[in-house]
Write a protein that binds this ligand. Structure first.
Ligand code: PAF
Length: 279
């Protein structure tokens, strides 16, 4: 496995790989890799000839007051995991390499960034779309892989690629969960053992949404009320949003017909967790 820190070295490698007619799969990450990321790398390995993983904690997607400074970093462990799961290259630039001294250009995806996480994290998706557009330009992947836990992020990147005519196939892969249902997230390491137990209310609320829908409930208000109840039963759990939205537009639905997404963001102490399920 190769490790590159500069754009030039990665581009040279990819040029060489593509000149041999090989396809490139790309998994962008911010490191602190867990089974969710590794499942994306393995999938990329199955579907493409050459797998690039990027590890870059992107400062421009953190809003003021968020956890940029204490975002978990463990590059050596991540490199080992990348190698074991089939990555051919890890690209781990620093902020100077990615942004230089003057950086003036941002990618702003409108509309689908307004609700859900976008409502409470102003500028977050602008930072995500900008860095992913840059990484796509550098890596020129045939296919890129994202997790469905960050469903809004995946939708933003899909739309951005479509609107900017970036020739990459976006693959959104299933959420990987711990045995008890908690969705895997790099931020789970911040949870104390007690908070870890409380965090299960998020999955509990999503399971409830599934059950209600399976019994034929079509009024989102009733499902949301039941979900909120489950979360608020847990002392210290704070709801940022609980929503039932259209899978594509991410707009709230007034009545459920067909498949929709139940999504929630919850704070357990200082840790913000998100999760969703298709119902
Ligand atoms: O999902 C993430 O880890 C990040 O938002 C991404 C896509 C790597 C962009 O920094």
């Amino acid at each position: 496995m190769y490790k590159y820190k500069t754009i030039k070295s990665l581009r040279n490698k990819i040029k060489d790989v593509k000149s041999k007619g090989k396809t490139v799969g790309f998994v962008p990450t911010m490191g602190a890799l867990h089974e969710g990321h590794l499942s994306l790398i393995r999938r990329a390995k199955k579907e493409t000839d050459f797998v690039v993983v990027s590890i870059f904690v992107n400062p421009i997607q953190f809003c003021p007051g968020e956890d940029l400074k204490k975002y978990p970093v463990n590059l050596n462990k991540d490199l080992k995991l990348c190698g074991l799961n089939g990555a051919d290259v890890v690209f781990c630039p620093d902020a100077k390499v990615m942004f230089g001294n003057n950086f003036f250009t941002y990618v702003d995806v409108r509309n689908i960034t307004e609700g859900l996480c976008g409502a409470s994290r102003p500028g977050h998706f602008r930072g995500v779309a900008t860095i992913v557009a840059k990484l796509f330009n550098i890596t020129a992947p045939d296919k890129a892989y994202f997790g469905r836990k960050d469903a809004q992020q995946a939708a933003v990147i899909r739309k951005m690629s479509e609107d900017l005519n970036i020739p990459v196939k976006i693959n959104v892969m299933p959420i990987v969960r711990e045995k008890d249902g908690l969705a895997m997230s790099s931020r789970n390491v911040y949870l104390s053992p007690e908070e870890r137990k409380k965090a299960l209310c998020l999955y509990g609320a999503l399971k409830t949404a599934k059950e209600f829908r399976a019994k034929g409930e079509a009024d989102p208000k009733n499902i949301i009320a039941a979900m909120r109840k489950i979360i608020l039963r847990e002392k210290g759990a704070e709801i940022e949003y609980v929503s039932i939205v259209d899978k594509e537009t991410l707009k709230s639905v007034k009545r459920i017909s067909g498949k929709v997404m139940a999504a929630a963001a919850v704070r357990i102490g200082a840790v913000r967790l998100i999760d969703n399920v298709i119902i």
